[in-house]
Ligand binder design. Sequence first.
Ligand code: ZN
Length: 288
Amino acid sequence: MGKYELLRARLSHDLPDIDLHLAEPASDGELALVHDPRYIAAIEEGTLSPQAQREIGFPWNEGMVARARRSCGATIQAARTAFTEGVSGNLAGGTHHAYRDKGGGFCVFNDAAVTSRLMQAEWARQHAQPLQVAIIDLDVHQGNGTAHIFARDPSVFTLSLHGEKNFPFRKEAGDLDVPLPDGCGDDAYLEALEQALDTLVQRFDPGMVIYLAGADPYEGDRLGRLKLSFDGLEARDRRVFDWAFQRRLPLAFAMAGGYGVRIEETVQVQVNTFTVAREYWRRWQNRA
Ligand SMILES: [Zn+2]
């Protein structure tokens, strides 16, 4: 939990020209675009079974509910802002292990899924063509909840690069899953990313991108089991931002996981993501 506060402090100090806004909580109606109303009510009221609460991984309290709603709301706001600014991010979010009717792995509501559906609904009010969303999930763990939610929805493409032997041990089938071996380093990872982005555009025509910039592929992560360096992760971010910018696709990003042996290093990976994001935000403002 400490990383969230540290990240905000670092961004205020290191990148003072970034506009920081307090996230609005996602409403029941927004959450219900993805989640079962009975699950939303059980979270709100704290009436999940002990087993279901254990799956989420932290105890119920009102602060947890408020945090889950705002974490989802921040990705919604980032996506809306991306349509006007090109690039915008959530200092939390990326809760990709949440399913329609259950949480898991520190995830309560699936922010990328809720945001995809909401952006599609808002887009449909003004445009004849539907909005197609690409979710690029580079957290080290598979985005199982996201894959399951959109399994039968051809309007959202779910790409996940993840550790093959890592949590969740029962993977869901996404649109494109790239399992990586333990110890995978920068070069192999970046090559796999390149191929995955090529495959994505062969199979799908996105109108926006939601990017889960997990910090847990970092070599100093307690749970990640991959071996990406600071430079490798920055190259990863740059590739995704550049890929979206070249196609003029609005990009909203969220932090997802990061469990550094040294928490300052997890936060450094995230600060680097925001530094690259700021560069691409500038390019959006100066684009021809
Ligand atoms: Zn993760």
